[in-house]
Design a protein around this ligand. Structure first.
Ligand code: PLP
Length: 402
């Protein structure tokens, strides 16, 4: 096989490889760095150096929690490390059932189904529910897995302006009578940290007879007094038809889920291809996830501390003159503009032991490159103040703030 023959595949490879090579040669490549060690919930060893962790999705600091580790170990003792295949045939273990009941309870839903990743969940759920002739209306900043699910479904795919409910209404009005409609959005947007306007979205879905699906990857454990997510946050229990989430962020495991009405879950168990044709979650990961939901309910101080830390960080950066966009959550963008400035700010932070990563085009629109910092419940206040000091110094040196 020769990838240098000038066809479209070889050109695609060359463009990417050249971009990566250029960044590596200029000491601006920050991706795929191995974390050698985790130290508590908020520090990591990278390149042999201890750094404050500001790029984690483990918002409540649950990675390594003794109860969760113990649950995973007990599951290995009981079941071993794998299953006998896909859930529908011999792969279902009692720990899978237990996990799904825990999720249903946590989300105050009738039932829940789990898959082997959040990505696979969005792909398969949207593609199974929707099809040719149906309409999917998706927020412009939705996660890539939602976009891919919409494309795979074959439904008409319409994107509305980010968190713009007037634009959503206009697009709902354009759907022909009788066509099935699904409105889908992140609860907390993964690059911007802002919260979807659920109250108006629910109102519109009811008015136009659309199903509503919300991806809670960054809101479970983050939003709501007990961390149950967006419905708790707005006190709109029961308003979301398809409550999707991941088991890989606040929940320190891997996998994805949907919670909802019994008939929806029963349908997905018998029709969604990622459930029928892909292996079950490993028992240790199912048990870890199951225990994590319980820990969240037993240790509500974590949610309070996360909210406190997020406000400290956001308000501090704003006071220094940084543009943190519309965030009100633990995901804090620090707007830089060009990709080069985002890389330069990242380098300055990492040289001063603040482990934070840049997001550049095409993951965000050109000109909106940024640091994408996250704060955790496990950060101490003095650690956060030190990190803000580093970002301030670097921002001044680069002329981002004065
Ligand atoms: C991370 C993420 C996913 C994918 O979840 P994985 O479990 O990592 O596959 C889906 N949606 C959103 C909004 C995410 O941030």
């Amino acid at each position: 096989m020769n990838f240098q023959n000038g066809d479209s595949v070889s050109r695609r490879l060359a463009v990417m490889n050249e971009r990566v090579k250029y960044l590596r040669e200029n000491n601006l490549y920050f991706y795929n760095q191995p974390v050698q060690e985790l130290r508590g919930g908020s520090k990591v060893i990278v390149n042999g150096r201890e750094m404050g962790m500001y790029a984690s999705y483990s918002y409540l600091g649950l990675i390594g929690h003794p109860r969760i580790n113990a649950a995973a170990q007990a599951a290995i003792e009981k079941y071993g490390t794998g299953t006998h295949g896909v859930r529908m045939l011999a792969g279902t273990l009692s720990i899978h059932r237990e996990l799904e009941e825990t999720i249903a309870d946590f989300k105050r839903a009738e039932a829940a189904i789990t898959y082997s990743s959040g990505y696979a969940t969005n792909l398969t759920v949207i593609a199974t529910l929707m099809g040719r002739g149906d309409y999917v209306l998706s927020d412009k900043l939705n996660h890539a897995s939602i976009v891919d699910g919409c494309l795979m479904s074959g439904a008409e795919f319409r994107r509305f302006r980010h968190n713009d409910m007037d634009d959503l209404e206009k697009r709902l009005q354009q759907v022909p009578d009788g066509a099935a409609k699904l409105v889908v959005a992140d609860a907390v947007f993964s690059m911007d940290g802002d919260v979807i306007d659920l109250p108006r979205m629910v109102e519109l879905c009811r008015k136009y007879g659309a199903y509503l699906m919300i991806d809670e990857a960054h809101s479970v454990g983050v939003l709501g007094k007990t961390g149950r997510g967006i419905e708790e946050y707005f006190d709109l229990w029961g308003s979301v038809d398809i409550k999707m989430g991941t088991l890989s962020k606040t929940i320190p495991s891997v996998g994805g889920y949907v919670a909802g009405k019994r008939e929806l879950i029963e349908f997905l168990r018998h029709a969604s291809r990622a459930y029928i044709f892909s292996a079950a979650l490993p028992p240790a990961q199912a048990a870890a996830a199951n225990e994590a939901f319980k820990v969240i309910l037993d240790e509500p101080w974590r949610i309070e501390k996360l909210t406190y830390n997020a406000n400290l960080f956001i308000n501090g950066l704003k006071a220094m003159g940084f543009d943190t966009m519309q965030t009100t959550t633990a995901i804090v963008p620090v707007l830089c503009g060009t990709d080069e400035r985002a890389f330069a700010l990242t380098r300055a932070c990492q040289e001063n032991d603040v482990f934070v990563l840049p997001v550049v085009s095409p993951a965000v629109p050109e000109g909106l490159a940024r640091l994408r910092a996250t704060v955790l419940a496990s950060h101490e206040e003095d650690e956060i103040r030190r990190a803000m000091g580093v970002i301030e110094q670097a921002g001044k040196a680069l002329g981002l703030i004065c």
